[in-house]
Design a protein around this ligand. Structure first.
Ligand code: ACM
Ligand code: ZN
Length: 615
């Protein structure tokens, strides 16, 4: 063999080993990555004559196959006929075979050969996830809203055995700091479901607005939905827009959304904040407070407020009434009671609170908070529901059956798991989608950071310090979307995606992390998000320049990029880089007069935006 042939062969081998496929095979780019997937030779072609054989029919099965048909109808111009028959009798026939194989919850298998596409599942969610995977195995044009001509509707042959790593795979949205329409929430849930994310944590009450219609307390929405104006910029800017801001969800809208989500195997977890973040409710019903102030008004800036619920009988009556209506609207077992950021200043001054601490023999206001939450837990449990709350519910002692949503780093999650309470990991800043994802110097205002896509991807939600027994208490992950700086749906999508793809993958796949593999799949997947009109952040294609301290006269520059196989070229004189500019190979030194200007190139094309950074 000549050297040239050896080189070619090893290049081909290297390509095969990097991408897990043979050079001529199509890259399979399912996100989240299935726990087991093996690609084989050939494709299964779908056309208008491909039957779907099912072993039995019910409304949820028809609906789920309907989701596949809806996409085919729009993009391919046909839909598949569903034939109820013993699928195995048709073993020799070409078609899609849907078989209830008694698999565990949410699990599915695919066995795809040129002659047949076999789906095995055990419950409705498993079948739904099989369909989500098939949609991602099809050409990305399947997500188009209009007829795509000239596309071969082929699925690469492969065998998939898939099941989730965690039962709770959540995405949060704060609809209080800013309000979002039901139509947008439906789109939000659609995109979650595509990623096998199965919990929508709906943040409904806050200092800055109450968003859920409660029939027994009409003021909550008549008045509590409104704030008279909104701060401009960060919470301490001192500038306000002077415009009243409001919005709320009627109970009919909530029921409709709950049903819509359930059809996509997404459970909605409503959050009713207590004892803090309650100013909008208190502005409507001041008797729920410690009564120390002349005037209570829905907050107009972001942050934490001392006006919290006073733990007295009328407050408990109010909260129990609210939860009674919540239970009617949300069939979910789990409800979120907030519990975060409750200042103790009012309780310290309040004669009722102080007398209560004495009467109950409590040590301090932290134990009063714990008592407050335990009392609410007892009520909620008595109605057949369970509570989850943010880390602070650990303060003063955790309620006996509570689950913890760990946001203050990992500590709360670790402590709760060690106490054998179930935990959802949603740590800031690692899983906070309100943090910058790219260079803050050229991004719109955000909460902090940056927390890049890569940082999110590489975070391991199961802390190493836990024993194998304790690790079992980590039941899932959640990406948090607080909307101080996201006044529009477009901003929400920009901040959430594609970083949420990384969280969804952490929640689903049991495979080890593989950043390179993820970026290859993600690049293909971004095309799907484009077709779905999800306005995600495109920093993936931009160089990220960082300048690190060195001497008074020098800094060290590093440049990174998420997009795979990209060449970074840069200049130091402020001119736009071309393909002939300096090639970035590693950290370098700049002086005070130099500006790093960088761009990424692949196959003769610039990939994203030109970025620059001055000394
Ligand atoms: C939180 O971010 N306050 C839970
Ligand atoms: Zn009080």
């Amino acid at each position: 063999m000549t050297n040239k042939i050896i080189c070619l062969l090893s290049a081909a081998l290297l390509l095969f080993s990097c991408t897990g496929k043979k050079p001529e095979q199509k890259l399979i780019s399912v996100i989240p990555e299935p726990s087991f997937l093996q690609q084989t030779e050939g494709v299964f072609a779908i056309d208008r004559r491909t039957p779907v054989f099912v072993d039995f029919v019910d409304s949820s099965l028809l609906r789920t196959i309907g989701f596949l048909n809806e996409r085919l109808e729009k993009a391919a111009g046909f839909s598949l006929e569903i034939v109820q028959d013993d699928p195995l009798r048709h073993g020799q026939e070409k078609g899609i075979f849907v078989l209830d194989a008694g698999l565990m919850k949410e699990c599915y298998n695919l066995d795809i050969t040129p002659g047949r596409l076999l789906i095995e599942y055990g419950d409705g969610a498993g079948l739904f996830y099989a369909v989500q995977t098939i949609l991602q195995l099809l050409p990305q044009e399947i997500f188009a809203e209009s007829r795509q001509r000239g596309v071969k509707w082929e699925v690469p042959c492969c065998s998939v055995e898939d099941s989730p790593r965690f039962p709770y795979r959540g995405m949060h949205l704060d609809c209080c700091l800013h309000f979002f329409s039901i139509d947008f929430l439906k789109k939000y849930i659609d995109v979650m479901a595509l990623h096998k994310v199965n919990r929508f944590h709906w943040h409904l009450t806050e200092d800055q607005g109450w968003r859920l219609e409660i029939k027994k307390y009409p003021l909550l929405t008549e008045k509590g939905q409104w704030r008279k104006e909104t701060v401009i910029g960060s919470l301490a800017s001192g500038f306000y827009d002077g415009k009243p801001y409001g919005g709320y969800y009627t109970q009919e809208e909530v029921k409709d959304l709950v049903k819509y989500a359930a059809e996509r195997y997404v459970t909605i977890i409503p959050e009713i904040e207590l004892p803090g973040h309650a100013l909008a409710a208190i502005a409507c019903y001041p008797e729920l407070s410690c009564g120390l102030e002349d005037h209570y008004e829905t907050a107009t800036r972001w942050g934490i407020f001392r006006q919290v619920y006073c733990p007295k009988e009328e407050t408990f009556k109010f909260l129990e009434d609210v939860f009674d209506e919540v239970f009617e609207l949300f069939p979910t077992e789990l409800v979120h009671i907030g519990g975060d950021e409750c200042p103790k200043a009012s309780w310290k001054k309040c004669p009722h609170c102080q007398a209560l601490i004495k009467k109950l023999g409590l040590k301090d206001e932290f134990e009063l908070q714990s008592w407050f939450i335990q009392r609410m837990e007892k009520y909620i449990n008595s109605k057949g529901h369970q509570i989850i709350g943010w880390d602070e519910i650990l303060q003063g002692g955790l309620a006996p059956n509570a689950k913890v949503m760990s946001w203050l780093g990992e500590e709360g999650g670790i402590k709760a798991a060690q106490q054998h309470h179930e935990v959802v990991m949603a740590p800031y800043p690692k899983y906070y989608l309100d943090y910058w994802q790219a260079d803050p110097e050229s991004e719109p205002l955000a909460m902090g950071g940056p927390t890049t896509l890569r940082t999110m991807y590489e975070y391991n939600p199961v802390p190493e310090v836990l024993t194998p027994e304790e690790r079992r208490y980590i039941i899932g992950v959640e990406g948090c979307v607080w909307t101080e700086y996201m006044p529009t749906p477009a901003r929400v999508e920009y901040m959430a995606w594609p970083r949420m793809c990384a969280i969804a993958e952490a929640g689903w796949t049991k495979r080890p992390k593989d950043w390179d593999g993820f970026t290859r799949r993600l690049e293909e997947h971004l095309g799907r998000l484009d077709l779905l009109d999800v306005g995600y952040c495109k920093a993936f294609f931009d160089p990220f320049i960082e300048l690190h301290k060195d001497t008074e006269y020098s800094k060290i520059a590093t440049i990174s990029i998420d997009a795979p196989d990209a060449e970074i070229r840069y200049t130091l004189d402020g001119t736009a880089p071309t393909e002939a500019s300096l090639l970035y190979t590693g950290p370098f030194v700049i002086n005070r007069q130099q500006t790093v200007t960088a761009a990424a190139f692949r196959e003769g094309h610039i990939l994203g935006n030109i970025k620059f950074k001055k000394f």
